[in-house]
Design a protein around this ligand. Structure first.
Ligand SMILES: [Zn+2]
Length: 264
């Protein structure tokens, strides 16, 4: 698999890295605090197919989108969730390839594919791809299941932890999504940012433990600071071990935790 991808001399393949027999990744050049090394654009292809399924075009970056477009005939583009680092490149990619784009929300539909729904099985590029609603990071977050792997986008990252979006994210939904993903058993994690991971079950356990720890910390901070402490006060109290550059993002997470705790 790796050799196959690497032996192709077309410049579009220069950055393509095969991860499983059917999934390769093209890293976008948008590194950052929340995007890690950049957005992973996933390229799926069944063993005997000459078509591709693309998961997340990535940011609006001419070079990246041109690379994606040059990989081959795109049967379908699937969108994991609404954030711009996954979706801003859609129109450029559609312009170059005419590809159909499907997503959970309405804003990103192109062509006649329609909305993606939980449990739907997509038959494309020689693959069966099962759509799984995994809200939490955002309300529209989806994961995509392959036989031996799961594309988790920002629900499970290759490194660090996921931020709960302050607009429509929800920690209660996120816990539920993690439990559903963990229930899938041992599978390779193909995340939206950062490296692929060997075992979904183990990662989910880590994530749940980490979240529980943070919740316990927020609970005890509320004990120290008073029940009506703000998210910012709690960040400054609890996240002393975290790089200050991440405090704004941490504030979103703490707000999500406060919403979760105060809802109970
Ligand atoms: Zn995101």
């Amino acid at each position: 698999m790796t050799e196959a991808a690497e032996s192709l001399s077309h410049p579009a393949y220069a950055k393509l890295r095969a991860v499983t027999d059917t999934a390769s990744v093209l890293l976008a050049d948008n590194p950052g605090l929340l995007t890690l090394e950049g957005t992973n654009t996933w390229v799926l292809r069944g063993p005997r197919s000459d078509e591709l399924v693309i998961i997340d075009p990535g940011p609006d970056d001419d070079e990246h989108i041109a690379r994606v477009a040059a990989l081959g005939r795109i049967a379908l583009v699937l969108i994991s969730h609404r954030h711009g680092d996954h979706t801003d490149g859609i129109d450029k990619l559609v312009e170059l390839t005419g590809a159909t784009v499907r997503s959970a929300g309405s804003g990103f539909l192109r062509g006649m594919g329609g909305h993606l729904t939980d449990g739907e099985v997509i038959d494309a590029a020689g693959l069966k791809i099962k759509v799984m609603a995994t809200p939490g990071h955002t309300a529209d977050s989806l994961s995509f299941l392959l036989e031996d792997a799961v594309l988790t986008a920002d629900t499970v990252l290759g490194r660090g932890t996921t931020v709960i979006d302050n607009e429509d994210g929800s920690l209660a939904d996120y816990f539920e999504s993690l439990r559903r993903l963990g229930g899938l058993g041992r599978r390779t994690v193909l995340p939206g940012h950062g490296p692929d991971l060997a075992d979904m079950e183990a990662v989910v356990e880590e994530y749940l433990n980490h979240r529980q720890q943070r919740l316990d910390q927020v609970r005890s901070a509320l004990g120290d600071l008073g029940e009506d402490a703000t998210a910012r006060q709690i960040v400054e109290h609890v996240y002393v071990d975290v790089d200050e550059k991440l405090w704004d993002a941490a504030e979103w997470s703490v707000q999500a935790q406060l919403d979760y705790l105060r809802r109970d």
